[in-house]
Design a protein around this ligand. Structure first.
Ligand SMILES: [Fe+2]
Length: 126
């Protein structure tokens, strides 16, 4: 069942899409069904992916991760960080070389979920 805000991945071409309106029974890319990404929430290795939300002046700062910054290399980096509230989705798009964090003008109490996508290790939430 495709649901609002779900994120899907094409294993053939690497396309990542987010559902903005529930409608189609399935998402297809490159001739195959796209894979729904389930956000992981626990880091098992020393590399940190779980987004960490901290309150700063005027909003929140979401870091990947809390104490050790995730790599931001050409071959391995955080592509986007999202913050979900009841009525809005905020997304910061990142590039190799950037700091793996993003500011959002939203109160921490309003955050339902913060999530990020690593081009190698997938979707993570915190
Ligand atoms: Fe990673």
């Amino acid at each position: 069942m495709i649901k609002l805000r779900d994120i899907y991945y094409c294993e053939k071409c690497g396309n990542v899409v987010e559902v903005l309106n529930e409608g189609a029974p399935a998402l297809v890319c490159c001739g195959d069904p796209m894979q729904k990404l389930s956000a992981k929430s626990e880091d098992a290795t020393t590399e940190k992916h779980v987004p960490y939300v901290e309150t700063v002046e005027g909003g929140i700062l979401v870091k990947v991760g809390q104490n050790t910054a995730h790599p931001m290399l050409e071959t391995h980096y955080i592509k986007f960080i999202e913050v979900l509230t009841k009525e809005k989705v905020y997304r910061a798009e990142l590039n190799p070389g950037d700091v793996p964090e993003a500011f959002f003008p939203v109160a921490k109490e309003a955050v339902l979920e913060a999530r990020e996508w690593c081009n190698l290790h997938g979707l993570w939430k915190g």
